[in-house]
Design a protein around this ligand. Sequence first.
Ligand code: AMP
Length: 216
Amino acid sequence: MRIILLGPPGAGKGTQAENIIQALNIPHVSTGNMLREAIEEGSPLGIEAKKVMDKGALVSDDIIVGLVVERLKKPDCSNGVLFDGFPRTIPQAQALDDANIGIDLIIEIQLDDENIIERMSGRRVHISSGRNYHVKFNPPKREGFDDLTGEELIQRDDDKREVVEERLVVYRNQTEPLISFYKAKQTNNDLDYLTVDGSGSVESISQFILNFFRNK
Ligand code: AMP
């Protein structure tokens, strides 16, 4: 089963991804996490990507598609995959189609701009695992530290307010068109499309999504 988590930055895609991958036993393919790992490693890709990410812009489609294609070759992707933050543009979605990488389900998490800004400003991340927390809505057991490793959490540079606003503009212009792109495929019965209200609690959204799988 290949699934795409779609929705604006800060809607809770990364948090919900953790529950879905456990329930379905498929890997979490987050292009944002892959880029942050490259930044941590200080690789040439990471150095270039950071400049773009810190402005709230998108990394080029060629680079992203290359990263994803390599990732999909790994054996853990053979039973399916949960994409998070990918595709983010029509050309990226088209690249999946061109490579005959079919998608079974879109989970679109909806959230308005005011909530997005509140979510992103309180978000904290554990870089090496990609685990997300929120100071108010999903706090770690010990403030500032990851629950599993005890390592420090950070605030992403691109979660700062000026950058968040730019990321929202980029989302509306470049990523939102994917909603119609995939709804057209739903109309053709090529995939399932689940719409989720992202304003509820982490737990209620998670139950809603997991119920969908139970009833399938
Ligand atoms: P995310 O963690 O998904 O919010 O991604 C953080 C940043 O990484 C984005 O604002 C982009 O700069 C970059 N990025 C992540 N995924 C993609 C993608 N699929 N296409 C282009 N840029 C991406």
